[in-house]
Design a protein around this ligand. Structure first.
Ligand code: UN1
Length: 476
């Protein structure tokens, strides 16, 4: 049984949770302890006690620790990618790539720790100088989702540590394996006891302590809109700094002048890879009428060529849905789409394979209308719909008619439309002839409207959330 890391010690919790493989529900990937409320408080106290010394430990020590973690992740990407795929269900290639991405993120922030910048200005008062410097926020609570068990923890933990914060990390219940493996590496990186704690356990127990604690200064969360809203309400009372990454209903616009190969590739990769379980997934194809019939039939054809199966099978292109509950949601949306009058062009069926897993064929609806629920609500599964439109202007209007604004894409050969789209699409990430999902690790990540709240994640922009600014005046 794997334990929690609290104040530098590996500690048993009050319950055990089995980690089940969604490709084969008869396989238990491992057993993981569950922290109780008093252990969560213990981790927060330890983080609080250790933070100041850590923030004055010097940038070389912090950089070295992050470099150690990143290098080990890269060296063990096959092994840890295998574990990730077994617990989450994305294909082995995707699992390995995700661990490598996490490794690169730690190495990126190992370098960022060395170049924490400030400003020096003259005061409006003669002989007074002003320095603007960045300081750590303090104790950061990190709550992460199941769909990127390594990469999302990495892009929150690495900058938190790089800028001198201490961390209390609560991973998603469904994926403790990757979180534990990451914590184990961090525990050997030279970071002092208490600076980083792992708290596997229930949101209603551990999450609640983190959100309500007066000793946690900032909270970063990726997950559902409902949970994000609840966390925001609770955290605001304690004046915590907040960063929330939530849902998406990302549009991929395809214009008549698009390269059809690129458009189909963006659609398949963006909507269906990682089993569609990405907040950046394209789930609305908004397609101009001239190319619409060809696009829809080509996507359906490409879907029929994909292999759905066990995540570790090298033939597999699409792994299982993460669990039974998500499978129910995906199936419900397939029924909703049919009932709303969209045409199911391909898939949407539960599939049997030689292991008992949550397999379903990727679903494509055609002739969807912008008001349909399948065109408005986040599904978080391998289900996408195509909406026909007459013009670019109509496509943009439909694309912007959403409560979300995370990622959005356009496939076109027109510089004029691509440029207009980048300016007028209400989103945090705009993609031209590239998929809406699968972003780089060294540039800002986040959205507008209901998708995100607070400062951007990743790249050098992560400093906005993980530091606070001090303005110092000196008369010489
Ligand atoms: C990606 O598309 O590369 O939860 C990353 C998610 C996002 C991460 C997507 N926060 O799906």
């Amino acid at each position: 049984m794997k334990r929690n890391l609290i104040g530098g010690e590996w500690i048993d919790g009050s319950a055990i949770r089995q980690n089940i493989n969604p490709s084969d529900i008869d396989e238990v990937v491992g057993e993981y302890t569950q922290a109780d409320a008093s252990q969560a408080r213990q981790a927060i106290d330890a983080a609080h006690a250790a933070q100041r010394a850590w923030s004055f430990s010097g940038i070389q020590a912090r950089s070295n620790a992050l470099d150690f973690i990143g290098s080990e992740l890269l060296a063990r990407q096959q092994e840890l990618g295998n574990l990730l795929s077994r617990e989450e269900g994305k294909t082995l290639a995707e699992g390995v790539a995700e661990v490598a991405r996490a490794g690169h993120i730690f190495r990126f922030f190992a370098a960022e720790a060395l170049r924490i910048r400030g400003d020096r200005l003259s005061s409006v008062r003669p002989l007074v100088d002003i320095e603007v410097t960045r300081e750590p926020v303090g104790v950061v609570g990190i709550i992460t989702p199941w769909n990127f068990p390594m990469a999302i923890p990495a892009w929150k933990i690495a900058p938190a540590l790089a800028y001198g914060n201490s961390v209390v990390f609560k991973p998603a219940d469904l994926v403790p394996g990757s979180a534990w493996a990451l914590a184990e590496i961090i525990s050997r990186s030279g970071i002092p006891a208490g600076v980083f704690s792992l708290l596997m356990g229930r949101g209603s127990v551990v999450g609640k302590e983190i959100v309500n604690s007066g000793k946690v200064n900032a909270l970063t969360f990726t997950g559902s809109v409902d949970t994000g809203r609840r966390l925001a309400e609770q955290a605001a009372g304690g004046f915590k700094k907040l960063q929330l990454e939530m849902g998406g209903k990302n549009a991929l616009v395809i214009l008549d002048d698009a390269d059809i190969e690129i458009a189909v590739d963006c659609a398949i990769q963006g909507a269906y890879y990682s089993t569609g379980q990405r907040c950046t997934a394209s789930s609305r194809f908004i397609v101009q009428k001239g190319i619409y019939p060809h696009f829809v039939s080509r996507v359906a054809e490409a879907l029929s060529e994909l292999t759905v199966g066990h995540a570790l099978d090298p033939e597999t292109n699409i792994g299982p849905v993460v669990d039974e509950e998500q499978m129910k949601v995906d199936q419900e949306y397939v029924d909703i789409g049919k009932a709303e009058g969209a045409t199911l062009m391909y898939g949407g069926e539960p599939l049997r394979r030689h292991t008992r897993g949550h397999f379903m064929s990727p679903a494509l609806f055609a002739d969807a209308a912008p008001q349909m629920r399948i065109a408005r609500e986040e599904i978080f599964g391998p289900v996408a719909c195509a909406i026909p439109v007459n013009t670019y202007e109509e496509a943009l209007e439909v694309a912007n008619d959403s409560e979300f604004g995370l990622s959005a894409g356009i496939c076109t050969g027109s510089l004029k439309h691509a440029t207009h789209f980048k300016r007028h699409m209400q989103c945090g990430m705009a993609m031209v002839n590239v998929p809406t999902a699968g972003v780089d690790y060294h540039v800002p990540f986040g959205g507008t409207k209901g998708s995100s709240y607070g400062a951007r994640e990743q790249g050098s922009y992560a400093a906005e959330f993980f530091t606070t600014v001090k303005t110092a005046y000196t008369r010489a």
